[in-house]
Each structure stands twice: as C-alpha cells, then as structure tokens.
Design a protein around this ligand. Structure first.
Ligand code: PEP
Length: 252
C-alpha cells in the first residue's frame, strides 16, 4: 500500500490553547475531503490536552523528556504526552539542538522512551550551511541517524524529517536536487547501514509553503512535510494539505 504521506505542522511557541483549539477545529472542517494524507498538529505543550483530533488528523508534542517522572523541572514525560492523546513526538529539531544544546545521546534516549510507550518519534536531522559548504551533508545525516537511532531494531513507527538548518524559517528552500539527494542518502543509511524498514517516512522541512509544496512533494523519496511558518495560517496549511492529497490521489 506504500507510505501514506504526512503533512505535519510545527507551531513552535505560537498559539495559546484556545487559538489552537479553534484552529484545529477549522482545519478539520475545511479538510473533510482528506483521505490519503495524515495531518499532524504540533502545538506547544499547553495546547496538547485541548486538542480534539480525529483520524486522519493527529497531534504531536514538540519535545519530551526520556524519564517517566521525577525532579526534572520544566520537562514533560512521554506518558503525559500520550495521555493528552498525542500520537507523535518531534525530537531533535534544529532549534532544540542549536538553541538549547540538545545532544544526539539525549535524542536517542527520548526516541527510545517514545517508542516504549507506543508513540511515534519524528526525528529531525539536517546539516548547517557550513557543513553543506564543506561537503559534509551525508556524513552529518549519517551521524545524526546513527546516534539518534542507536539500539533500535524496530523502525516501523519512526518518522525522519530532513530539515536543512539553513532552510528553516529562512524562506530559502533546498532545491529539488538537494532534497532528492538528501532523501536518497537517508533512505540508503536507514536501509543498508542501520537495517531499518522501508516503512519509515522521510519528510522534508524547510520553508515549505503553498507555492512550492506541489513541486516538493513530487520529488522522489519525499513522503510529506514538516512545516513551521506556513502551518500557522489556515489558508497556507490547508492549501499544502490539499496539494499533497491531490498528488497522492493521482498516484493511486
Ligand atoms: C520547522 O520548524 O520545522 C520548519 C521547517 O520551519 P519553516 O517551515 O518555517 O521553515
């Protein structure tokens, strides 16, 4: 049956719970026709409990801690996230790696905790512009995947998001060939080096919008998007979701 495309919106630190609740309500009402795409909303933790989603709509947390409880001020565990009804947890986002200093080792612990409670991690990987300019893109992808997925034998519930750091929130999108090559490198690493499953989704993220979505979703190896800025507006988010649905429908 193949991989069902995913359109995930990462709201970052935007939308208070009430705004989030009505946004999700409106999106679900506007996208009643969606049948071939999974749509994910990732609000701040404060909005997660209020989220009233029904398949093919799902909710996600933007982060988690790997311990189940304890003296970790400011942190939230995966079982708390699960109880809010979320199905996914984003980990390793470049803002967490670069602003908050997250290490691959922590990301690996988070990933294991997420899988242990039956949720799905959305593991973000991607190179900085400096690393790309030095020709290190594939090596960085390998290191982040190898360390992030260390000790995992069942990959089925994992989602990978390729997010070149230089394309996040900048309005600069990776060009089609850069996206194709990075996705193919990730697939190769997952399959041949880490012995992972073909079921793993590989999403693209980095300045996706309603104007470039149709082009990007047709690139070989792109199974959907992780979207920041354009996921906050009704018109852009629903337009991207419809585009992915239309392209997927044509394939079936
Ligand atoms: C993101 O935050 O994951 C992201 C891809 O942001 P944007 O779409 O705004 O570049």
């Amino acid at each position: 049956m193949g991989r069902v495309p995913i359109v995930a919106g990462n709201w970052k630190m935007n939308k208070n719970p009430e705004e989030g609740f009505s946004f999700v309500d409106e999106v679900q009402n506007l996208l009643l026709e969606i049948k071939h795409v999974s749509i994910i909303f990732a609000p701040p933790f404060t909005g997660l409990f209020e989220m009233n989603v029904h398949p093919p709509f799902y909710s996600a947390a933007q982060n988690c801690h790997w311990e189940s409880n304890g003296a970790f001020t400011g942190e939230v565990s995966v079982s708390m996230i699960k109880e809010c009804g979320a199905k996914y947890v984003i980990i390793g986002h470049s803002e967490r790696r670069h602003i908050f200093g997250e290490l691959d080792d922590w990301i690996n612990k988070k990933l294991k905790a997420i899988l242990n409670v039956g949720l799905s991690p959305i593991l973000c990987v991607g190179e900085t512009i400096d690393q790309r300019d030095k020709g290190q893109t594939e090596q960085i992808l390998y290191e982040q995947l190898d360390e992030g997925l260390r000790g995992i034998t069942n990959f089925e519930d994992c989602v990978i998001a390729y997010e070149p750091v230089w394309a996040i929130g900048t309005g600069v999108t990776a060009d089609n060939e850069q996206v194709r090559l990075a996705h193919s490198a990730i697939r190769d690493i997952l399959k041949n080096k880490l012995k992972g499953s073909d079921d793993v989704h590989i999403l693209y993220g980095g300045s996706v919008n309603s104007a470039n979505a149709e082009d990007l979703i047709q690139i070989e190896g792109v199974d959907g998007f992780l979207i920041g800025g354009a996921s906050l507006q009704l018109d852009s988010f629903t337009s991207i979701a419809r585009t992915v649905e239309m392209v997927q429908e044509k394939k079936l």
